[in-house]
Structure formats: structure tokens, C-alpha cells
Design a binder for this molecule. Sequence first.
Ligand code: NAI
Ligand code: MG
Length: 330
Amino acid sequence: MSERIAVIEGDGIGKEVVPAAIDVLEALEIDFEFVEGEAGDAVEESTGEALPAETYDLVADADATLFGAAGDTAADVILPLRDAVDSFVNVRPAKAYPGVDALRPETDVVFLRENTEGVYAGHEDRLSEDLSTLTRVITTSASRELAEYACEFVADGRGPDHRDGFTVAHKSNVMRETDGRFREAVLDVAAERGVDADEELMDAFATKLPLDPSQYGVVVCPNLAGDVLSDLAAGLVGGLGLLPSANVGHDNALFEPVHGTAPDIAGEGIANPTAAVLSAAMLLEYLGHVEEGRRVRTAVESVLSDGPRTGDLGGDATTEDVTAAIVDRL
Ligand code: NAI
Ligand code: MG
């Protein structure tokens, strides 16, 4: 039976890089059925809804989803879409590739970010003219689930080769109750599973990572810390056009480049398709097409090292040129 892939281009360069990633997936001749859905600024303008119910259902019922980016409506699209796939972990690899000018060429880290709670749980209140508050939510169950995913991730050898186990980054010296709970739950699971885990206070980690990224491999974080620290890592590897991500749930997942709609270059056909294509490689691996995922990664790395490159990487190739080169080297 064919696997059903929901495809949501969204706005801006989403309309350029998602078709590029689909070209790469199609070249692999796997029995995929691609079904397109709409989300983002354009559909909000025409229908009043950034994420139509049909699109939510399409994603919820698919085997996996490839999403591009949404513009001003990003939060109205991506938060419900993460909910549609019941995502509890956001997987964000940041790897510097040979041939790409990176601040820290030795960077090869994968952030596993809690994806449902922390300060993003939505409990913000305006109590008076002068006072607003935010309730930070940490549960043992969500923290353990993330840690169990991390243990499987490293046991399956999906982390970077240079480091065993994982690092948990937190701030339990100050947020004793919430991050204390997070830390304890994650370290408990690691101990139960016999996985090596070390810990860092997240502020110290933010200093140590750029100074020496080679110390780190898989990094497990609460929601906000994972968002910020993974963007920091993105800055070490040569730009947003390279970074894929996955929102993984219990039996569904959504894959998307980390970048947004890039309004400054949208419509010109010059966006870097690498992040979207690497997101497609993560989708392949998630669905068990591990060999095909490896072929895509190898082709991407080969093109990055000596193939055509887009303007963000100092070249003058188009999205199509780069995509054709990747397909050619599969
Ligand atoms: P952005 O990621 O769209 O762009 C930042 C810079 O990186 C721009 O100079 C852009 O040209 C460049 N860039 C990004 N991706 C590129 C690629 N594939 N190839 C070449 N250059 C690339 O972030 P920005 O400008 O902060 O946000 C623009 C819009 O995107 C906003 O409306 C924002 O809400 C939305 N956004 C949506 C996201 C999502 O849907 N998940 C995530 C981030 C932003
Ligand atoms: Mg972010």
C-alpha cells in the first residue's frame, strides 16, 4: 500500500523549496501518494483561516507531512500542525558540511526539544496595567517521553558519531521546581535505559557550544531552551538555508525547514532547497526508508562540497540548478 504524504508549501519560498524536495522524493521511485493542502497567509486572505480544517485533517490522517513555511500566520499554522501530528519532540540537527563556510566547521549536534509545554504552553495573563505573568508547565510524563525518545535515538546510532549518549541542558539551579522536575525525569530515564547522560546549565552551555561544539552530540532541552539553543547552533553551521527539522509524534510526524518564507528573495527562484531536501531525508528515515534517506543526504553533501550553490552560500545557482544536481547525484 502506498504511503500518504501531505504536502503543504505555505507562503514565500515554501512554494519553491517544497516542490524541490518533492522532485527529489519522486526521483527515488518509492510508492508515495502526495496530497497537497493549503495553509498560511495567502489562504487566510482568501478564506479567513490560516489553517483550514481540511488541511488539519489531511495532516492528521497522513503517514507524514512535508511543510514549507508560513508568513505572518506562522504561529497560527505551525502550532496547530504540531498538534495535528501529536508531536512531543522537535528534532533539530545542526551540522556543518564540508565546502560550506561555517563559523564552527566542527559542529555536528542534534537538539531534541520538548515540543508541548514549558513557557510555550500558552498560559499567559495580563493581571493589571503593570503586571503580566506566564505559567511554565513541566510534567514528569512529557519529560520522560522526550528522554525515552532520546535514549532510542542514541541507541539507534542516529546521533553524531563523535559522542555517546546525550547532554541534558536545563536551569534547575534557578527553576528548581520545573527544571528540577525536567532534569530528574530525563536523568532517571537515561539511568533506567543504561544511556550515558551528562548535564549542563543552559546558560553555561550557550557559552561552551560556540567555543567548542565538538564536545556535544545529542542535546535534550525544555521547549524554549531548545528553540533558542538550536538557533544558536544554526548560526555556527552556515545559515538557515541548510537546517531541517522534524516534529515527531506517536504515529505521525511533520518535517519542515527551520527557515521561514524569506520575503526578501521569494519568487526569484534562488532559494536554497537544501533545508527542505534534508527535511525530506528525515521524512524518509522516519518512514523506514533508511537507505533512500542516506542516498539523499550523500547527494546533498556531495552538491554542497563541489556542486552548484545558491546565493546564500556565495554562489549564483538557482533553486532548480541545485535540485537538479542533487537528483543527478542520488
Ligand atoms: P526567514 O528564515 O524567512 O529569513 C531570514 C533570512 O534568511 C532572509 O534573509 C532569507 O532570505 C534567508 N533565508 C532563509 N531561508 C533561506 C533559503 N532557503 N535560501 C536562501 N536564503 C534563505 O526568517 P524571517 O525573515 O525572520 O521571517 C520571514 C517570515 O517567515 C515571517 O513572516 C515569519 O513569521 C515567517 N517564519 C515562518 C516560519 C515557519 O513557518 N516555520 C519559521 C520562521 C519564520
Ligand atoms: Mg525558532
